[in-house]
Structure formats: C-alpha cells, structure tokens
Design a protein around this ligand. Sequence first.
Ligand SMILES: Cc1cc2nc3c(=O)[nH]c(=O)nc-3n(C[C@H](O)[C@H](O)[C@H](O)COP(=O)(O)O)c2cc1C
Length: 428
Amino acid sequence: MLLKGKHIVLGVTGSIAAYKIASLASMLVKKQADVTVIMTPNATNFINPITFESLTGNKCLVDTFDRNFQFQVEHVALAKLADVFLVAPASANVIAKAAHGIADDMLTTTLLACQCPKIFAPAMNTRMYENPIVQDNIEKLKGYGMEMITPSNGYLACGDTGAGKMPEPETLFEAIVKALAPKDLAGKKVLVVDADPQASLSISLGHHQPDTLPVTLSDMMGKVLTDQPIAPGEGILHHPEGVDLMPANIELSGMEVSLVNAMSRETILRQYLDTVRRQYTHILIDCQPSLGMLTINALAAANRIIIPVLAEYLPAKGLEQLLQTVGRVRRQINPKLQIDGILLAMVDNRTNFAKEIGALLRETYGSAIKVFATEIPHSVRAKEASAVGKSIYAHDPTGKVAAAYENLTKEVLRIERQRDKRRAEIGR
Ligand SMILES: Cc1cc2nc3c(=O)[nH]c(=O)nc-3n(C[C@H](O)[C@H](O)[C@H](O)COP(=O)(O)O)c2cc1C
C-alpha cells in the first residue's frame, strides 16, 4: 500500500477546523502510515494533544524546547524522516510566518527544516482569506513549490458564508496520497499514444467522444504518409495528472487500410514518434488486441514490450501468435525490440481458475520470458477510473489496483536500470 510505513507530519494551527484533523489522523493510521502531529501552542486551545497521541500512538509535539523527547534535535530528526508535511488547518498567521521563513515554534521550525513535499490547507474567515496580504503570502509559498489546497465555499464557524472553509478530511487525505504517488515517475516526461481505433485509452483519459477530437494519431500518420510537416506538439493533449496523450478515434481503422499499400508501411508510426521522441523520457503505446498493421507499426517503433494477458484461457492461448510476430518483427524490422515481460491483468484471485492460468503461463513461458511478479487484480474501482477519466492513482489511490500498478512501475524501471547498466558495461 502506498501509505504503509510512510512518515506523515500533520501541522495543526489555531483554527476552529483543527478538530477535523483527528479524523484525518485516524484515516492515515488505518492505512498503516506513521503519523506525527505538531501543534502550535494556540492550536491546543481548540483540540487537546492527547487526542492525537491516542490516535497516532506518537507524541504530539508542541514545544520546541521540550526535553522529554526521543530524537537528538527533534525538529531536525522529524524533518529528515517526513515523507509529506501537511499544515491543516493552516491559519493566516502560520501561512505568513512560513512565507517569510519565520521559525518561532515547533511547527514552523520543523517546516523550515523539511525537504519533503509540503502542503497547506488554508482555513480562515472569508475576509481574512481574501485579504491581499494573505493572498500574497499564499502565492509566495506556491512560488517556493508548496502545494495549496483551495478552501471550499460555505458556512463558516464565525457565521459568515464564503471562501475559507477547510475541505473535509477525505480531500486532505487524497492530497497526501497524491504527494506520495508514483515517486518513480518523478522527473519523467511521459507521452501515451493511443494506437487502438477503439480509443479505450483516449476515453479513459477523459475524452468520452474521441470521434469529435480535431486531431488524432490517424492525422499524424497521414501526414507522415503524405510527407507533410508536423508542427511541434501538434495534436498532443495534456492530462491534468501530468501525462501527455496522442489520442485515437475510429479514423485509425481507415489508416490501417491505407497502410496496406503504403511505402515503408511498417514504420509510419515510428517516423511520427521520431518527431516527438526528444521531448519525452518515456513513450507508451497502447495497442489494439489484434495483430494488424497498426500493431506491427507499434512493434516496429518500440524498444520494449509489456504484454498484458487476461487471466483467462483464450487470451493466454493467443499469446503464442503474438510471440511469433514479435520474433519476426525483431528479425526483419526492429532488432532492438525486447520483451520486458508478460503481465497478468484483471486477475480474480478468489477463483482457482485464475491461479491455474497464472501458473500455466509461468510454466510455459517463464524460462524464456519474464512473467511479472506483479499481477493486476480485478477491480470495479479500476473500471470506474476509466469512466471518470482519471488514473487509478487519482480515483482510488489506496486501493489494490493502484498499489499493483505502483509495483509494476518499479519492476519495469528496475529492468530499465539493469539494461542501461549492462549496456554501459558493454560500452566500456
Ligand atoms: C474561535 C477562534 C477561531 C479561529 N479560527 C481561525 C481560523 O480558522 N483561521 C485563522 O487563521 N485564525 C483563526 N483564529 C485566530 C488564530 O487562532 C490566531 O490568529 C492565532 O494567533 C493563530 O496562531 P497559530 O497560527 O500560531 O496557530 C481563530 C481564533 C479564535 C478565537
């Protein structure tokens, strides 16, 4: 699980919303996170530190000069340990202090010493929140790379209605998970290419009517076929979660037909990707579940393949044909092509049948091709994620499918590192 063993620091300040952090601490502890709460002295007027100590099992820190502690210099030790620091509720006062590097209590001192992701959930009266001084301080913190959770609108404890209400613990929880989410992809720039006319990838990333998209992969491949120039980034869409998408729609099946009589028909996709390759660290091509000319194009363009197989009898049988095609493409068009592994997907481990298929695949192919240790479990939450156009990390961040994909990412990146190392050794 993403949160298991992670050190989460919650900074609680003098706001009426402080009581909500008890539920948040409890949610995090249930997910096996190691939670430490730091309170400003003013916050102790709103909720007793004992509440947090009971919920987290850790000492709640208030006083920087408290001599009854377990670390050497506690604020520094804790700062080194923290994976995420969330200040919630964040008072106008603490926001101002943090924006100016003031460290005059345990919370602000630890905050300044922390290098992990820092998140603020401002909570205050609307007039305070809208005050340009507060807004300037918020912008300043954003400029230093800190994340702000926008307060919601609503009825405030002071009787006013407007912006300034701290979001519910579930939203804060999601922000923490997001900050922890796939660290392995940090710094990577990823393009996903939908090479399937059914457009499942495009739909899953929120383009529910792909046929209305003005530019898709079919247009880009058409330009390559007719020797037309492609503008930088043409047709590439940006997903809010940080990946780029070259979408597809049904026009791509027309392209499949056009390719049949084209010159260099197997390398049209590769020629398109050559125009964007330099902007990305990783390009993922989602293929259709058949071995037509589009799939051959994908195999000709790729360096590595992951073969997802449903844990059912017929898809497992179809694998044989795919492996033959991969062999042929490697010999005739793309000698660099490597199989990273076979990935068992939508595994329902409650059934013996799914386990048998997994065992059969490992027995049949395991000696020649890696079968990933990670299996993607069957889950309704994963299907929902596609329907809402979010990744599984955003839709169900603590669920079993997100955890499985995180493990898979680690396995894939490990293979990449090993291969790079081997290549470097050969080059020496
Ligand atoms: C009942 C009550 C509720 C308060 N709620 C908030 C609040 O939501 N946000 C805020 O910025 N200040 C609030 N304040 C004012 C802060 O507690 C005050 O500015 C304090 O100095 C903040 O200290 P701290 O930032 O060190 O915790 C409230 C004060 C009282 C008495």
